[in-house]
Design a protein around this ligand. Structure first.
Ligand SMILES: C[S@@+](CC[C@H](N)C(=O)[O-])C[C@H]1O[C@@H](n2cnc3c(N)ncnc32)[C@H](O)[C@@H]1O
Length: 305
């Protein structure tokens, strides 16, 4: 197989906003192929430490090889970042989340993420997990399928698509990506602005990997394990993720979480964050022209009080 490659998104902006200095302990929650981590390690120097989460075994292997010069400084965690606090026990100086999939996931048809190339309907980041997209598409009832496609894909035609899936799978199971693409496309009469399967594939990927649920959990844990003045940087790639990050930062930036009707504060809530990005940072045109996968990226940054 040719060398796997993933261009790190918003790289300089990430390094600047993590406010890196020599000797820091940084957590990269989404190591991928190690692009961001490599530059982080250079900045934190020989006394710095990195804890890196990656649930995809293949990516983890590549990243370990890319970062081999720094091997004594890195703790690799082959697990979901939702278990952040099981591995990170003491407060750290900076935390990065660069969410979603990496280039090898969509470039390799065997992973089942791409609607352009034929492959098994898989979509798991972590192959140890039992649930696959194939199982969802072939065993879930019509209502549940429609809800998933609507909720996680924001697909207005979710009910029609779910109905068609049920109709087709009665004759023959839907086991490949292009088979599913054909089913979805057959429900759309007019030419769409985006590929007809974009939203349904996004929905299945998010559902199979519980992406929104694990992000919610992990952000709570990460924010609570940041040292004072420590920075958290989150890069997201669709509005559902970005909304979670925005709301979580806003929640921890509040002075009080009492219901509005209470005249006097009784919550004793401790404000934990300063939000450093009122609006998300997005890539410059020049980055998007070199790396089209950066086009939907949004970066939010906050500092622990
Ligand atoms: C956008 S890529 C990160 C790319 C990386 N920053 C780089 O420069 O190579 C996201 C990576 O996070 C991993 N990932 C996604 N969700 C995860 C989770 N909940 N826990 C652990 N790893 C996750 C994916 O497998 C993927 O390799």
């Amino acid at each position: 197989m040719s060398k796997l490659y993933h261009t790190p998104v918003l790289l300089q902006e990430t390094l600047d906003h993590l406010n890196l200095r020599a000797g820091m302990h940084v957590v990269d929650c989404t190591l991928g192929l190690g692009g961001h981590s490599l530059e982080i390690l250079k900045k934190i120097g020989p006394k710095g430490r990195l804890t890196a989460f990656e649930q995809d075994e293949g990516n983890l292997k590549v990243a370990k090889s890319e970062l081999k010069t720094f091997k004594d400084q890195v703790t690799y965690v082959h697990d979901n970042f939702e278990y952040f606090s099981d591995y990170v026990k003491k407060p750290v100086d900076a935390i990065l989340f660069d969410l979603g999939f990496s280039s090898p996931h969509v470039d390799d048809p065997e992973r089942g993420f791409s609607f352009q190339k034929d492959g098994p309907l898989d979509m798991r980041y972590d192959k140890r997990q039992k649930l696959t997209a194939e199982k969802v598409v072939n065993t879930y009832n019509e209502k549940d399928l429609a809800d998933i496609i609507y909720q996680y894909g924001e697909e207005r035609r979710s009910r029609v698509i779910a109905k068609k899936i049920i109709h087709v799978r009665k004759k023959k199971p839907i086991t490949s990506t292009l088979q599913l693409v054909r089913v979805i496309a057959s429900t759309m009469a007019r030419k769409q602005k985006i590929h007809p399967a974009t939203r349904t594939f996004q929905a299945l990927r998010i559902y199979v990997n519980r992406e929104l649920e694990v992000l919610e959990k992990a952000l709570d844990k990460a924010i609570n394990l940041l040292k004072p003045k420590g920075r958290i940087v989150v890069i997201s790639y669709h509005s559902l993720e970005d909304r979670i990050v925005k709301n979580k930062f806003r929640y921890y930036a509040k002075d009080c979480i009492c219901p509005k009707e209470l005249p006097v504060c009784q919550c004793n809530f401790q404000k934990k964050l300063y939000i450093l990005t009122k609006r998300p940072i997005i890539p410059l045109g020049i980055e998007v022209s070199k790396n089209p996968r950066a086009r939907s990226a949004k970066m939010r940054v906050a500092e622990r009080i």
